[in-house]
Design a protein around this ligand. Structure first.
Ligand SMILES: NC(=O)c1ccc[n+]([C@@H]2O[C@H](COP(=O)([O-])OP(=O)(O)OC[C@H]3O[C@@H](n4cnc5c(N)ncnc54)[C@H](O)[C@@H]3O)[C@@H](O)[C@H]2O)c1
Ligand SMILES: [Zn+2]
Length: 691
């Protein structure tokens, strides 16, 4: 599917260009002003790319109020002058763009090659300058228009990562990003609502709003992460700083006690080559979804201070750094309604019905809302424009509503009075509401479903018997059927020897049903008879289904990016039931199964016949044997030549891991995922023809 946010907008003439400038202006005014723009970043970025393209082609017709002309579109100013301007960053969106940008930087350096790179996350928050004098934090200033910012020193003490005192009495101005973790965001919303305010639409709004609000009756904690400092002798008492590479500068700042990414999975790293840069960007992109802070890309910087000085800066961006933007994981759409579903344990969970929106290549129509209290906390209303977040392969969720764009037509969300499945009372003592019947709610329906014709097809197990079995606590779910004794069955009303034996035989023969029927009986959302058949035919065994992640499930015909994570979550929830079935000797295999053809994604036709065709390979640890002298880049090139895809991190998509000496976490992860691991020697043997 096409990601609309990356397809170019074509501005055909000057009126179209001026229209685009006007829309971008309106959005930027709202975004940098109140913080509540009705446009999402992906849409804004796409508009800006079109505007930039038109301006490049018509340099004489650039509108004076074009948002391309100033940092923060020139919207915000302040009263504190920046001694060195705080700039924005240029953007690239692909490996090709990055190569092109690196080449242009090299041209700026008079053709000299860049002396190494630093790669770090592009943190999605608000830029802040923190001034320390003799080791004491004395002033905080926002970026503003880059030349002057706003004094926000009133937040001193509320930013983790910006201690009041450094470990050394140094004078220095540190620059970095202020952002909120999920917990900080929740706390900020709670405090705001408790003081009569409306909750924030998203985390970035919350950061910006909380930073700029003065005279607040309450405190909001945020996180500061440093990515730069003013290093020239005019601005710091530590002369060492000016000599450091970017990566070492970050380490020095961490040494002062400042918050940095150091020690995390996404820490600032030095990279010798563009291949290493790309691998590091891919790594940051791969782990992004699991982080507690939000990233919208990776930043690539010239590592050497001499290169940075030689490259200099333009009016809005430095020439020595660029942002490699990741596809947007957040979009704005309309909340059409809320459904209340009752889970296996009786939890009553709200689910948002959305106007379909494309996020990261998947069309999203549903999103989770955690619980009723969360809806109240976020003050959501039907008809609201809301932010939907889809981080990686997990189930999308609603982050918050944009209160500024309300029309007054929005409707309150109705909460259920009684259990929407069985009509019983609701236990509201916890944040997550629950049917008072707990697991018992829907129990009879789900057992009836499991034994019906489309699933296990157990003859003689009608509703009356199911009800008795449940009510007499003989079974809790359909897996318990397989351990019923003859005496237990005989104890049921009007059950004679003959019918008991018949029923026992019917239950016993259900043990040999093919996997598709056993899986169907589990009653996983969205997996009826034919979908269960497709899943069983693809994976072949219950173990393989249980091991599958969302990416693997999406390879099954008919399962998209929206359904896959729901199935993964439900299968995980059913672990205990599946374990009981296994223990009872129920068949867990699909008869006559053959492994599906190699993954189409990785299988490049041109590579057919090559030793690693279609395989995603990760190299870790020190190489030895014939590969002893191979650098990581050379290893990656070798893998590519052999038709494989080199990757820096291990995931369920990885087909093979080459583990050398001192291999650590990647090897462990591969073993955990059951991925084939081989030694450098064995790998060399496989590729003997190519060495
Ligand atoms: N939705 C809207 O209506 C709207 C309007 C205007 C702007 N925007 C969004 O704002 C952004 C553009 O604004 P911008 O000019 O602030 O640029 P930017 O956010 O794209 O990049 C510059 C900023 O990145 C931050 N940054 C994060 N990590 C960094 C690192 N490691 N090193 C250096 N800087 C780092 C700094 O704060 C810096 O100021 C875009 O994402 C755009 O979509 C949205
Ligand atoms: Zn119920």
């Amino acid at each position: 599917m096409i990601d609309n946010a990356t397809t170019p907008l074509d501005l055909s003439d000057e009126p179209a260009y001026l229209d685009a400038v006007a829309s971008a202006r309106t959005a930027a005014d709202a975004y940098y002003g109140s913080g509540e723009s009705g446009m999402d970043d992906a849409t804004y970025d796409r508009l800006m790319r079109a505007i930039t393209a038109w301006e490049d082609a018509h340099p004489d017709q650039v509108a004076p109020d074009s948002p391309t002309q100033a940092v923060a579109a020139g919207v915000v100013t302040g009263d504190v002058a920046h001694s060195v301007r705080m700039l924005s960053l240029g953007n690239v969106f692909s490996a090709e763009d990055l190569t092109e940008w690196a080449a242009s930087l090299q041209r700026r350096l008079g053709g000299r090659e860049v002396d190494g790179w630093a790669v770090e996350p592009k943190l999605d928050g608000v830029a802040l300058a923190a001034r320390y004098q003799g080791g004491r934090l004395v002033q905080l200033v926002t970026r503003g228009d880059g030349s002057t910012g706003e004094d926000v020193s009133h937040t001193i003490g509320n930013l983790a990562g910006l201690p009041m005192e450094l470990t050394e009495p140094v004078t220095v101005e540190v620059r970095g990003e202020v952002l909120m973790t999920e917990a900080q965001f929740a706390a900020a919303n709670e405090a705001r609502v408790a003081h009569g305010g409306t909750p924030f639409a998203n985390r970035r709004n919350a950061s910006s709003g909380s930073l700029r609000a003065k005279d607040r009756a309450y405190q909001v904690e945020q996180t500061f992460i440093a990515y730069d400092a003013l290093t020239d002798p005019e601005h710091t008492s530590d002369p060492r700083l000016a000599e450091l590479t970017h990566a070492d500068l970050i380490a020095a700042l961490a040494g002062y006690g400042l918050g940095t990414t150091l020690g995390t999975d996404i820490e600032t790293r030095s990279c010798a080559t563009l291949e290493e840069v790309q691998a590091r960007i891919d790594h940051i992109g791969a782990v992004r979804a699991g982080l507690d802070i939000e990233l919208d890309g990776a930043v690539v910087k010239a590592n050497d201070p001499a290169d940075r000085a030689a490259a200099g800066s333009g009016s809005r961006t430095p020439h020595w750094a660029t942002a490699y933007k990741f596809p947007a994981d957040k979009k704005i759409t309309v909340l059409l309604g809320v459904e209340w579903n009752v889970g296996r344990t009786g939890i009553i969970a709200p689910r948002a019905v959305l106007e379909p929106v494309e996020v990261g290549g998947t069309t999203i129509t549903y999103a989770t809302l955690h619980n009723p209290a969360d809806i109240t906390r976020r003050d959501l209303k039907i008809g609201d424009r809301v932010y939907v977040l889809r981080a990686g392969e997990v189930i999308p969720r609603v982050e918050g509503a944009i209160a500024a764009t309300r029309t007054g037509e929005e409707q309150p969300i109705a909460f259920p009075e009684t259990c929407p499945r069985c009509g019983s009372d609701i236990d509201r003592s916890q944040e997550r509401w629950r049917c008072v019947r707990g697991r018992g709610c829907g129990q009879i329906e789900s057992i009836k479903y499991a034994v019906a014709r489309d699933c296990l097809d157990i003859d003689g197990l009608g509703e009356k018997i199911v009800v008795q079995l449940v009510e007499r606590d003989l079974i809790e779910d359909f897996a318990d059927l397989f351990t019923l004794t003859r005496d237990q069955i005989l104890s049921l009303d009007r059950m004679g020897d003959t019918s008991a034996d018949k029923l026992l035989a019917a239950i016993a023969s259900a043990k040999t049903q093919p996997l598709n029927r056993v899986f169907c009986a589990l009653g996983v959302q969205g997996t009826g008879r034919s979908m269960s058949l497709r899943i069983a035919a693809y994976f072949g065994s219950m173990d393989a289904i249980q091991a599958a992640d969302a990416v693997a499930l999406e390879r099954v015909d008919g399962i998209g990016g929206e359904k896959a994570p729901v199935i993964v979550a439900e299968v995980a929830e059913l672990e205990a039931v599946i374990a009981k079935l296994k223990a009872a000797g129920v068949n867990m295999e699909q008869p006559g199964w053959t492994p599906p053809a190699v993954d189409e994604e990785a299988g490049d036709e041109a590579n057919e016949g090559l030793p690693l065709a279609g395989l995603a390979v990760v190299v870790t640890g020190g190489m030895s044997g014939p590969l002893a002298d191979y650098s990581r880049t050379e290893m990656n090139e070798l893998i590519t030549r052999a038709g494989g895809k080199a990757s820096s991190s291990v995931s369920a998509k990885t087909s093979l891991v080459v583990a050398g000496e001192k291999a650590g976490s990647k090897l462990k992860k591969a073993e955990g995922l059951g991925i084939e691991v081989i030694s450098p020697e064995a790998f060399a043997e496989r590729l003997a023809d190519l060495l």
